[in-house]
Ligand binder design. Structure first.
Ligand code: F6R
Length: 364
């Protein structure tokens, strides 16, 4: 039932404050503001390497988690799309934890990669939305993302719930490895608990995003840029846009722009930038200026502090609420989804059933 929404995708975007709030409560002791992962009997201090494998949007969630595991927990992360991983058959180091992220839990390539890791004696964890799925059953342990049924082919609430659950794993790992003290844990946990209300504020930007989407729908090519853990959000924004609006979109790390893609930039190239005012903000702003000097049309998603210093010359600026820095990728996924959704609506495409795509890819 779509309720008052025109599409399941719109309903599922709007549901995120509620489902995220629900998801996080499964993994948090709210009295101590501490993470509890009852089903994961694992000592992260004994893990020397994490390998993450998934497809599509779930793979992009792994990309965000790589930044978190490395920066917050100090664990090196290797990651790959499942279709490459399974045939590459990489040697696994001792004490490898292999993490498989899949909404459906049935994606053929991801399942094959899991079986390879099981056969090669890695410890395996599935992060899934369907508890009785093959990936949940065949992993040593599984974590449910509690997103509820996702019907729109383009993944939205599953992505942000995957990120939320992965962040709880990161916190647990960082604690066990002595990289985070109880106060640090409590700060991250309370930021996670505060995320639903911040996302509610972000959702209120919808009307402004509709205006931007109407303008964007007239173009045939776009670039998406981000730095640090916002780079995967640029990739996700580009993936969402291409799959439902059929507009050609590519995501790049901001710093890669001058190594090739900037040659594409002219007045027919909108460039979507995700840049909260974080430690890397100034670098992203200088990339934006390079684009604007070539008449590229910048659509900037930033916070108040960022908008104050970087709005000059941008085509459109949409403000997001401030958020605890490590959680910015979860927050900025929301405008990425809304932009893709409303661009597709403006183009009149079949949003919930985009051409050529299936919800669950159970054949390779
Ligand atoms: C994109 C999308 C797909 C899936 C991918 C993996 O919006 O939904 O890229 O993320 O097919 O599916 P799961 O997570 O079921 O393994």
């Amino acid at each position: 039932d779509k309720g008052m929404h025109k599409h399941f995708m719109s309903k599922e975007i709007a549901e995120q404050p509620a489902v995220l709030g629900d998801a996080v409560k499964h993994y948090i002791n709210t009295e101590r503001n501490a993470v509890v992962l009852p089903d994961v009997d694992l000592d992260f201090s004994k893990i020397s390497q994490i390998t993450m494998v998934a497809c599509g949007t779930a793979y992009l969630a792994c990309n965000v988690a790589k930044y978190w595991f490395e920066q917050i927990a100090g664990i090196p992360v290797d990651l790959d799309v499942a279709s490459e991983f399974r045939y590459r058959e990489p040697p696994l180091r001792d004490n490898t934890l292999a993490v498989f992220v899949s909404q459906s839990g049935e994606t053929a390539d991801t399942l094959a990669a899991l079986r390879y890791c099981n056969d090669n004696h890695a410890q395996t964890i599935g992060v899934v939305n369907v508890p009785e799925s093959s990936i949940a059953r065949e992993s040593n342990a599984s974590l449910q993302i509690h997103a509820g049924v996702e019907i729109g082919v383009a993944s939205t609430k599953a992505f942000t719930c995957q990120l939320t659950v992965l962040m709880t794993m990161v916190i647990k790992a960082a604690r066990q490895r002595g990289k985070l003290d109880a106060d640090g844990e409590a700060a991250l946990v309370s930021a996670l608990l505060g995320l639903p209300s911040i996302i509610n504020v972000a959702l209120q930007a919808e009307h402004e995003i509709i205006d931007v989407a109407n303008a964007l729908s007239k173009f045939s090519d776009t670039l998406f840029l981000g730095r640090g853990a916002l780079f995967p959000i640029a990739l996700e924004g580009a993936l969402k846009l291409k799959e439902i609006s059929y507009i050609h979109a590519e995501g790049y790390a901001s710093g890669e722009l001058k190594h090739g893609p900037i040659a594409l930039v002219d007045e027919n190239m909108p460039i979507v930038v995700f840049a909260p005012k974080d430690a890397l903000f100034d670098k992203t702003v200088s990339n934006m200026q390079e684009v604007m000097a070539r008449r590229g049309k910048v659509i900037l998603f930033t916070d108040d502090a960022g908008a104050q210093v970087a709005s000059d010359g941008a085509w459109k600026v949409i403000k997001m609420p401030a958020v605890h820095a490590p959680l910015a990728p979860i927050l900025y996924a929301i405008p990425a989804q809304l932009l893709a959704y409303h661009t597709a609506v403006a183009k009149g495409t079949d949003v919930d059933q985009p051409r050529n795509l299936a919800k669950s890819v159970t054949v390779e």
